[in-house]
Design a protein around this ligand. Structure first.
Ligand code: ADP
Ligand code: MG
Length: 515
């Protein structure tokens, strides 16, 4: 290597691989970061961005590969090594002590990492950094963290790594926690830091942000680096194609031809997320008997809230839901289940300490098929559990094993089997195949198809377009809580088109033409 590249690339990774169980989170990733650039890592959820950041910051250990700082190989075993090499991370989830002040948090961080500064100098240092970057915290240095907004807390996280002298700052999904009105300020801060010569690595799954802040953009897809573009040569279509793949889908599973009997009718439905911010905004659609309708959305755009509102697990702030002609907007979850609506959340739904047998009947609020006058017939429950174990290939020594003892894949097959065997008439499936091996996925799809043959309706929420194209009759696209498009037929619709919508392409185009 010559000296020129040495001074150009402040940080470089070579051939980094990392797996978690069967998941190859990173596959031979090589990438160089230039001194003083804003370099965005862009990719759908699960693409491997956070894993790469965590390896560079010493939180995860790589399986193979090398990290070079200033052209020299560096052994980074933990965050302290990273910090001493000039690399700081602003984490997605803040690590601040709530009842300590801004200055105290910075001081604590420095001490933890064995950087010694005197108390008086510390306050001065924090104040001048805040001033330099226009954080506006200069007069609030003694305010407790608990009294700060999310945007201010993030600035404290930035102050921590700046005070420690980091020159390379990693931001993982930094904009997720911010309210819309804090975004501009965040962008200014990043650009200001960049002007001061810092190297910024900015992670996001949002295309528009990547285009707005970056000098260069590297796109990740399924653990691989697809490519790096200069922001000048990047545009929506090119980036989307890199994010979601180029193939055009010619296949459309089973074109839905039955006459349309409306099962669910959702009108102008709105809801808030856990932070009280709008998550769903006036979403309206209908679901028909016997169809699999897909919701294509990147995480954080309202699909999980939609699933919860439909199940009665989150209140609607506006709008209504009618199921088979009846208004169910105010019904609690168990009442909806009694009417044949069920839910596969991405988190496991088993009770860990219950046996497989006991877990197998959790979807029957009244246990009707298994009890006579309130007395449970364990013989029948056992038969039911045995059937699930057999049909869904749950590998276990027996049905009395507590669910917690099963391996991940087996637990998920049990959870899915339990839901499907409960024969819901309407199934809301939220990322149901996440983490499932290919064979089990295929089997699960065939089971869903079977359900629809008997008239059941499935609302399938996912991020993987290959999967959605394979199984869905129709496709809805959610972006920032709004239903931006309904495709009644996917034939002739490219994944690229859908991908652009999922990442806000249309909104962007509209904005640009609005001037
Ligand atoms: N600590 C972990 N344990 C198991 N699997 C993980 C872990 N961290 C990440 N993964 C898996 O690695 C893949 C990449 O994840 P991640 O790096 O978080 O992606 P991104 O940040 O691009 O959304 C995903 O399939 C994820 O489930
Ligand atoms: Mg991530």
């Amino acid at each position: 290597m010559n000296l020129d590249t040495r001074s150009d690339n402040i940080l470089e990774v070579r051939g980094i691989s990392k797996h978690f169980g069967k998941v190859q989170a990173l596959d031979e990733v090589s990438l160089a970061f230039r001194r003083g650039e804003i370099h965005t890592l862009l990719g759908e959820n699960g693409a491997g961005k956070t894993t790469l950041m965590n390896i560079i910051y010493g939180l995860y250990h790589r399986d193979s590969g090398q990290i070079l700082v200033e052209g020299e190989p560096k052994e980074i075993r933990d965050p302290r090594d990273a910090l001493h090499a000039g690399i700081g991370m602003v984490p997605q989830f803040f690590k601040l002590v709530q009842d300590m002040s801004v200055v105290e948090n910075v001081g604590l961080f420095l001490r933890e990492n064995r950087f010694l500064v005197r108390k008086k100098e510390l306050a001065e240092k924090v104040r001048s950094l805040s001033d330099l970057f226009g954080f506006g915290l200069e007069d609030r240095l003694n305010v407790e963290i608990a009294d700060l907004s999310e945007g201010e807390k993030q600035k404290v996280e930035i102050l921590k790594v700046l005070a420690l002298g980091s020159r390379i700052i990693l931001f993982d999904e930094a904009t997720n926690v911010l309210a819309p009105n804090e975004l501009d300020s965040f962008e200014r801060v990043i650009k200001e830091m960049n002007r001061e010569g810092y190297t910024i690595v900015f992670i996001t799954h949002r295309l528009q942000e990547a285009l707005e802040v970056s000098d260069r953009i590297s796109v990740f897809r399924k653990g691989k680096l697809v490519g790096t573009l200069d922001a000048k040569e990047a545009d929506y279509n090119r980036l989307t194609m890199m994010m979601v793949g180029t193939e055009f889908a010619h296949r459309f599973a089973t074109i839905y031809e039955g006459k349309k009997e409306t099962v669910l009718s959702v009108s102008a439905l709105s809801a808030l997320d856990d932070r009280g911010l709008p998550a769903l905004q006036k979403v309206s659609f209908e679901l028909y008997a016997g169809e699999i309708a897909g919701v294509a959305a990147i995480e954080g755009n309202g699909s999980s809230q939609l699933a919860e509102v439909l199940m009665g697990l989150r209140p609607a702030t506006e709008g209504g839901i009618r199921y088979r002609g009846r208004d169910i907007t105010g019904l609690p979850c168990h009442a909806r289940m009694r009417q044949g609506i069920n839910y596969i959340p991405s988190a496991n739904t088993l009770v860990p300490l219950f046996s497989i047998r006991k877990n197998s009947i959790l979807d029957y609020p009244e246990k009707t098929p298994f009890s006579r006058r309130g007395i449970l017939n364990w013989r029948e429950v056992s038969d039911h559990a045995e059937k699930i174990v057999r049909t869904y290939n749950v590998q276990t020594p027996g049905i009395y094993l507590p669910a917690v003892k099963l391996s991940g894949g087996n637990r998920q097959r049990l959870a899915l089997g339990r839901k499907i065997e409960a024969c819901p008439r309407l199934m809301i499936a939220y990322h149901p195949t996440k983490g499932l091996d290919i064979n089990s996925q295929e089997f699960f799809y065939s089971k869903l198809a079977e359900m629809t043959l008997s008239g059941a309706t499935i609302l399938f929420m996912g991020t993987d377009l290959d999967e959605l194209y394979k199984i869905c009759n129709r496709l809805f696209v959610l972006y920032r809580g709004e239903l931006v498009r309904v495709f009644d037929d996917l034939a002739g619709v490219s994944k690229l088109d859908v991908g652009v919508l999922m990442t806000g392409g249309v909104t962007y185009a509209k904005k640009a033409s609005d001037g």
